[in-house]
Ligand binder design. Structure first.
Ligand code: IPE
Ligand code: IPE
Ligand code: MG
Length: 259
């Protein structure tokens, strides 16, 4: 079988810890934040990088192990060309500025998404940052760029089928999950979307199966360590049943098994 370290929440009831191990965030509302201040939309994206910095710090302080942020979706190419170019430049500049600091703080950096459409120089800087930080274990920061949940699942499935053309009886959940771009991490415990919209927008479709969802009207550039603490507090008030009843949870020590 596959050597997957993290089992699927639909196959095995995961251990639940008080602090979410993995938080996934849709950083939304940058444009509206800027518009409210009569600034160009892209000014909100620049401020968004600062918000990300403080959220990374907050996650590390709270004991979160993985943070995965949606920076550019596979549908964001539909935006005006100027805004797309600005976002690409901002990604490059932020990386060049921040990678040494991420590394000094023991942070492992990864990018998930289809980088084929990105400028080769940006791809080179991304890959170098991943190599530089590959040995770090204190915290895992993953940026989803030109990422789409549907793309991820299709890409994984296509690779499995190419590798096993003889297979007639399909594939297992574990086999598929180990081909997805987040195979290195447990499924997110907590999903946060800022900016007031209540949708997933093609983010981690497979992995969010049993994730606790938190939606806030706070616009991403205003999201900070306190806002993060509020989201974690909300998470701590949830009962994660994974299909079981509340009575089962409160009576049996049945965690970690399918019984
Ligand atoms: C999220 O903020 C950042 C990206 C999608 C790159 P938006 O740019 O979507 O901001 P709003 O939703 O228009 O306010
Ligand atoms: C989702 O935000 C993608 C990112 C934050 C990168 P959007 O602003 O693109 O989502 P929709 O279009 O409102 O669903
Ligand atoms: Mg938006």
């Amino acid at each position: 079988m596959t050597g997957r370290r993290f089992r699927s929440s639909t196959r095995e009831i995961p251990e639940v810890s008080a602090v979410p191990r993995h938080i996934a965030i849709i950083m939304d509302g940058n444009g509206r934040w800027a518009r409210k201040r009569l600034m160009p939309r892209v000014a909100g994206h620049s401020r968004g990088v600062e918000a990300l910095r403080s959220v990374i710090r907050g996650c590390i302080e709270q004991g979160v192990e993985y943070l995965t942020v949606f920076a550019f979706s596979s549908e964001n190419w539909r935006r005006p060309q100027d805004e797309v170019s600005f976002l690409m430049q901002l990604f490059l500049k932020s990386l060049q500025k921040e990678v040494a600091r991420l590394h000094d703080n023991g942070i492992r950096f990864r990018v998930i998404g289809d980088l084929a459409r990105f400028d080769p120089h940006l791809v080179k800087v991304i890959r170098e940052a991943e190599v530089l930080t590959a040995g770090n274990t204190r915290f895992n920061l993953t940026v989803a760029a030109n990422y789409g949940g549907r793309w991820d699942i299709l890409d994984a499935m296509s690779r499995l089928m190419a590798r096993h053309p003889e297979r007639r009886d399909g594939f297992s959940e574990d086999e598929l999950a180990s081909e997805l771009s987040m195979s290195f991490a447990p499924e997110p415990d907590l999903f946060i979307r800022t900016g007031g919209e209540k949708r997933i927008s093609n983010f981690l479709l497979w992995q969010l199966a049993y994730t606790e969802l938190f939606f806030t009207d706070v616009l991403w550039p205003d999201f900070d360590a306190d806002a993060l603490a509020d989201a974690i507090a909300s998470y701590q008030g949830r009962e994660r049943r994974f299909g079981r009843t509340s009575e089962q949870l409160n009576s049996a020590p049945g965690q970690g098994s399918d019984a």
